[in-house]
Design a binder for this molecule. Structure first.
Ligand code: CA
Ligand code: CA
Length: 336
């Protein structure tokens, strides 16, 4: 439409009035097409994923026409080399907006749909999520559930389903989450769920506020949820700890961020990678050979001909006790 107008502008001589009209039309067209600008970043580019995964902080902001938005939601999807690590909906302000879609029920349960507030490791659990459509149109939506332990580690595979929610009705998603793994941290885990127009990696945006359900694993101890209320409108912050290397592959990760605010959508993405710190000989396992190699080059610096930067794990230009400790922390960790 705008192109046609432009051609017209070239061919026909214009009066002052039509010039003014043209500029008015241009302004209204560009503002109508203005998208949200999403900024997303991780606090590091490379993370250690050994016996204990490193915490990944994802933060950013959403602006419209240069101003931080006053309301809205953002979807954050973290994809590992072959699997989705998790998907979360974060509010962009204390008032995230009003939505026709609503999560009306969320809990962890047994196979008989009996809600559980406390589970033991090894126990098999299900999730129950009910989503209502208060609008006047049927909607096909993507339901996502992620269970994260006290240390912010996703402990069961992300569950995803595309369901139709009829106008005026609700739909239930009741997937098997799996067994609570032995390596999960004891304390309060959180079940997170969100509803999206499609997967964020395909541009799907949040269609309602996300919900969370606390679940005590074995013993109770208080902890904070991984999603924090944004300190300032238009900003968001998420802390997710990577699962240990035996539970989730190392490699390249992608973070997709899709925001929704005042009827507008914006998206962005960023990447990071993970490695098995201490695997000096890069054979996928941290063992006695890695320890030995570091010991052989003990107290070497870049001036020494034998210098191998791979043994300088903390990159302070000397191979010493600190590097050896870092190898030992991941001792026994294996990618297979
Ligand atoms: Ca090795
Ligand atoms: Ca060092």
């Amino acid at each position: 439409m705008y192109l046609n107008f432009k051609n017209h502008y070239v061919i026909v001589p214009l009066s002052i009035i039509s010039l003014i009209l043209a500029s008015m039309l241009f302004t209204s067209l560009t503002s109508a097409e203005l998208n949200l600008l999403v900024y997303v970043a991780t606090d590091k580019k490379v993370y250690n994923q050994g016996n204990i995964g490193e915490m990944v902080n994802i933060a950013g902001n959403v602006t419209l026409d240069g101003e931080l938005v006053q309301t809205g939601l953002i979807a954050i999807e973290i994809d590992g080399p072959t699997k989705i690590l998790g998907i979360w909906t974060l509010p962009l302000s204390t008032y995230p907006g009003q939505y026709y879609i609503e999560i009306v029920n969320l809990f962890v349960c047994d196979e008989n749909r009996q809600p559980l507030s406390c589970v033991e490791k090894g126990e098999q659990v299900y999730a129950y999520m009910e989503v209502a459509n208060h609008g006047i149109y049927d909607k096909q939506l993507t339901f996502v559930i992620t269970l994260v332990d006290k240390d912010h580690v996703p402990i069961t595979p992300t569950r995803i389903s595309t369901l139709t929610v009829k106008a005026g009705y609700s739909s239930v998603y009741n997937p098997l989450l799996g067994r609570i793994p032995d390596w999960a941290a004891t304390g309060t885990a959180y079940l997170y769920c969100g509803v999206y127009s499609s997967l964020p990696r395909n541009g799907g945006y949040p269609v309602c506020v996300g919900e969370e359900y606390p679940l005590d694993i074995v013993t109770s101890s208080s902890t904070s949820p991984i999603t924090e209320a944004s300190s300032q409108n238009g900003t968001y912050n998420l802390n997710i700890r990577l699962p240990k290397v035996s539970e989730f592959e190392i490699g390249n990760y992608t973070v997709y961020a899709v925001a929704y605010s005042q009827g507008r959508i914006g998206s962005s993405s960023t990447t990071f990678s993970t490695k098995l710190l201490g695997d000096v000989d890069e054979n996928g396992v941290v063992d006695i050979f890695d320890v030995t190699y570091v010991c052989i080059l003990y107290e070497k610096t870049p001036e020494d001909p034998e210098w191998d930067p791979k043994c300088d794990l903390n990159q302070d230009n000397i191979i010493d006790i600190y590097d050896l400790v870092m190898v030992c922390v991941n001792y026994g960790a294996s990618t297979t």
